[in-house]
Design a protein around this ligand. Sequence first.
Ligand code: ADE
Length: 231
Amino acid sequence: MKIGIIGAMDIEVAELIESMENIKKEEISGITYCQGTLNGKDVVVAKCGIGKVHAAVCAQTMILKFSPDAILNTGVAGSLNAELGIGDLVVSSRVVQHDFDTSGIGDPVGLISGLNLIEIPCPEKLVEKVADSARELENTKVFTGTIASGDQFICSMEKKNYIVENFNALCAEMEGAAIGHVCYLNKVDFCIVRAISDKADGSAHMDFPSFVQIAAKKSINLINNFLKTVS
Ligand code: ADE
């Protein structure tokens, strides 16, 4: 079993790459793919860059070149739920693209043209395994549900409310649903793991730089726990 791991920013994957053994690096389209072992398990790890296009390029290339059995996306997110505080974890059971909007021609908001879906589901078995690994972490709430992605840093109540009202999502980030979209097209299992770095409201621009490191580390800890369970 080979696990693909994608993070958008250095801080979200650097520690994983530093802990890898037998590492081989290959750069394709500006993204470096690191193949090797982590906790004794076969992995390919990449920093994709921020946003849905970077994430999609990375996931598609990873699938074609390195054939992972499943892809996990690790990183941070803005909370859309009052129960989810800084450092808490969200494990995706489905992903949505909150900025996909063809409602002007009569479609529901968020409908992904071509797929004819609003929500892209994650495989239940994988979600349960990842959520179990998350529950091993101390002093951390773990929620499972919808993660919303879009090419926007969410930092206003207006935008936050729009995403909650339309998609009932637990957190907002900028890559997960693009990775989910690519995995869905390629029939590859995927799950998105995010630790909360801010509340996606008017304080997000202050909280994000203060808490991004703590949150990124929490998500990495979850990934390490998960890898221990992989056969
Ligand atoms: N990643 C972390 N916080 C975020 C936010 N508020 N919006 C989008 N992506 C994020």
